[in-house]
Design a binder for this molecule. Sequence first.
Ligand SMILES: NC(=O)c1ccc[n+]([C@@H]2O[C@H](COP(=O)([O-])OP(=O)(O)OC[C@H]3O[C@@H](n4cnc5c(N)ncnc54)[C@H](O)[C@@H]3O)[C@@H](O)[C@H]2O)c1
Length: 325
Amino acid sequence: MRVAFGNLGGVQTYLVTGGAGFIGSHLCDRLLAEGKRVIAVDDLSQGRIANLSEARGYDKQFGLVNMDVRVESLRAEFERERPEVVMHLAAQVSVTASVSDPAHDASVNLMGLLNVLEAAASTGARKVVFAASGGTLYGEVRRFPVKETARRGSHPVSPYGISKKAAEDYLAFYQRTRGLDYTSLALANVYGPRQDPHGEAGVVAIFASKMLAGEPPTIFGDGEQTRDFVYVDDVVDAFARAAERGSGALANIGTAVETSVNEVFKLLGRSLGYRGQAVHAPSRAGELLRSALDHSLAERELGWKPWTPIKDGLKATADAFRAAR
Ligand SMILES: NC(=O)c1ccc[n+]([C@@H]2O[C@H](COP(=O)([O-])OP(=O)(O)OC[C@H]3O[C@@H](n4cnc5c(N)ncnc54)[C@H](O)[C@@H]3O)[C@@H](O)[C@H]2O)c1
């Protein structure tokens, strides 16, 4: 399927892979609101057309290409659309799936990336902004909040983290040899409206949908494990800034604030009027006890800072999940 465009001469074209997904669809909305022409490329394996209902309202300024980023014909799409900037978010996103099938993870997350980089470099794109993963890239760390320098000598524990780490070297290779600029954003735990409540990692989405169904959410371990929760609008702001700044940088996109799973349960419960208890289950093997990312490099390189306090972000997410039921 391909949705045709009109000619919008003079307007910058951005291509967003994974554009029908959680973060990608919010990014499409933001870029469209800025007046960019946006092409979302997504195979809809996880993403949903419904996530693009705002974007489609932009009519000729927006288009969706239903395509796997690994196929040869991606190049023809780039030749036709000539994007100036490519936001690469399409990925196999499950850590667990990457452990049980590392080859599939590498096929999407590395061969898919290389196909995108090759198409971008050979059709004159200026820049690629890449969605890396701050929670897995650095492996096991001792000092919090984690700085980007922890990448040196890090050993990611999952194939997902390994592919996200290897991606950095490919991005640098294309910059050096083909003049394709890049910025890599190491995202913390992103949450917000449209997150898939059936995924494995989106604790906010999972808790919100359980609470709305009147079912008790499950807390693994004692619930005192912490994560760095960053609101999706703030993440999208970082992508938009990275189109023009942060050449060749790996930048953490997180809040540096640790919030426990118990705290998320409490705050969300308050927003949704959920009075039940949580079910407790044993901790999951390999689960990190703490996570928080230092964002001072993003502040320097991109002029980016986290903006949304977790209470406000959770409330907005709770409202959106309630409205979508
Ligand atoms: N959500 C987070 O907390 C988080 C944290 C760190 C990094 N990231 C990264 O951010 C990006 C977006 O994640 P998300 O949370 O929005 O997940 P998501 O699953 O909602 O989005 C990924 C999108 O990619 C699409 N896709 C998957 N394989 C594809 C393929 N072969 N060809 C074309 N499209 C394909 C899916 O259909 C989906 O729409 C990913 O690269 C992910 O690794 C996310």
